[in-house]
Write a protein that binds this ligand. Structure first.
Ligand code: PMV
Length: 363
């Protein structure tokens, strides 16, 4: 039941995993080796130093007979849908179309307000938002759980951006992936003091994609087996920490899991290193800060990139920021809160001209 020629626009945000997903048990269906837990970011950020980004992806989608071939624009640039990476990600459209019993082609126009492929989870935000807008345009009334299963097929971490709040992607056991979906553990307003400080140390595109990197880790890292043996116990500790609103416990288990994932990356052949010298200096400085406070007041976590996100609570924010400000090479610092997840926007926000069905390219 395609809502023909009608443009739907959605806005979504990245998420930051506190217990990381790194490694698949099924490459095609994107089934993970372990469950993971994340915070969905609010797109609105408060500037501290340097350039600030909002963390939004806005995506407009239209299915129409007037659209002769699938086309996909990101930040005004037409993407080559023949490249493997784009094909895999845009492939979620070929999961949604049969659900709506249509073969209509789609025009998709997407804007990211933050650098793509730099470890700020642009793919998670991009795919979750695409699915939100596309399933509305197709007239599909999918639950968030159903959308998370589709999102997973585009990029694993995208499954978690289908919800606001604190979200768990359950790894599932079944080989068809039907029990590998995300669900909300706590709503966005559960722990309002929680704060996520983003530090940009480099906006350069990463050298090894997470998709390629994690496959290489699973294939070659002896340490990876140990990660899988220990990750469930960290999930338990993280859930206890959130239940108890215990920032020290949350921060410690978050740092341990990030360090553990990056250790398996270093243990990969050939080794993968996403952190730069500034990232490492941030790690040292934050441990010094926690030590001088006599307790853990903040914890860092790094995705497949050199830019940390630092989790703390409002009352410690200024102390954490002042430690970060002193570090040479930091490009920018801003912070955000836990967000509500994807939303549909009104027509004024459309990135597609409803009359001509042409992209509206913003300068
Ligand atoms: O979903 P992908 O393929 O972008 O992988 C994301 C992997 C990490 O960001 C490193 C960890 C995570 O759980 O988000």
């Amino acid at each position: 039941m395609v809502t023909s020629d009608q443009v739907f626009t959605a806005r979504g945000t990245p998420n930051i995993a506190l217990i990381k997903y790194w490694g698949k048990r099924d490459e095609k269906l994107i089934l993970p080796q372990n469950s993971s837990i994340s915070l969905t970011c609010s797109g609105d950020c408060t500037a501290v130093m340097g350039k600030t980004f909002k963390l939004y992806t806005t995506t407009s989608v239209v299915f129409s007979d007037k659209v002769k071939e699938d086309s996909f624009y990101i930040n005004g640039v037409k993407q080559d849908l023949k490249t493997k990476d784009k094909l895999e990600r845009f492939g979620v459209m070929d999961i949604l179309r049969p659900m709506a019993k249509t073969k209509k082609k789609a025009l998709v126009v997407s804007d990211n307000s933050f650098p793509t492929a730099s470890g700020l989870a642009s793919s998670a935000s991009g795919i979750a938002t695409l699915i939100y807008a596309a399933s509305s345009a197709l007239g599909l009334k999918l639950s968030e759980k159903e959308m998370s299963i589709v999102a997973r097929r585009g990029s694993g971490s995208a499954s978690r951006s289908m919800y606001g709040g604190i979200v768990m992607w359950r790894k599932g056991e079944k080989s068809d992936g039907s029990d590998s979906y995300a669900e909300q553990l706590y709503p966005a307003d559960y722990w309002p003091e929680l704060i996520d400080i983003v530090v940009i140390t480099s906006s350069a595109k990463k050298k090894v994609s997470s998709r390629a990197g994690m496959a290489q880790t699973v294939a070659t890292s002896p340490l990876y087996k140990r990660r899988l043996e220990t990750v469930e116990s960290r999930i338990k500790i993280l859930i206890e920490a959130i239940d108890q609103k215990d920032i020290g416990k949350l921060a410690e288990v978050t740092m341990i899991d990030s360090n553990n994932m990056h250790a398996t990356m270093a243990d990969t052949m050939p080794p993968i290193h996403y952190l730069n010298d500034i990232s490492k200096e941030i790690i040292y400085q934050l441990h010094d800060l926690n030590k001088s406070e006599g307790k853990t007041i903040c914890g860092y976590t790094f995705d497949a990139g050199p830019n940390p996100q630092i989790i703390t609570i409002d009352k410690y924010k200024d102390r954490v920021i002042s430690a970060l400000r002193g570090i040479d090479g930091v490009e920018s610092i801003f912070y955000t809160k836990v967000g509500k997840g994807p939303q549909l926007l009104d027509r004024k926000s459309s990135l597609i001209d409803p009359k001509t069905l042409e992209p509206i390219i913003k300068g």
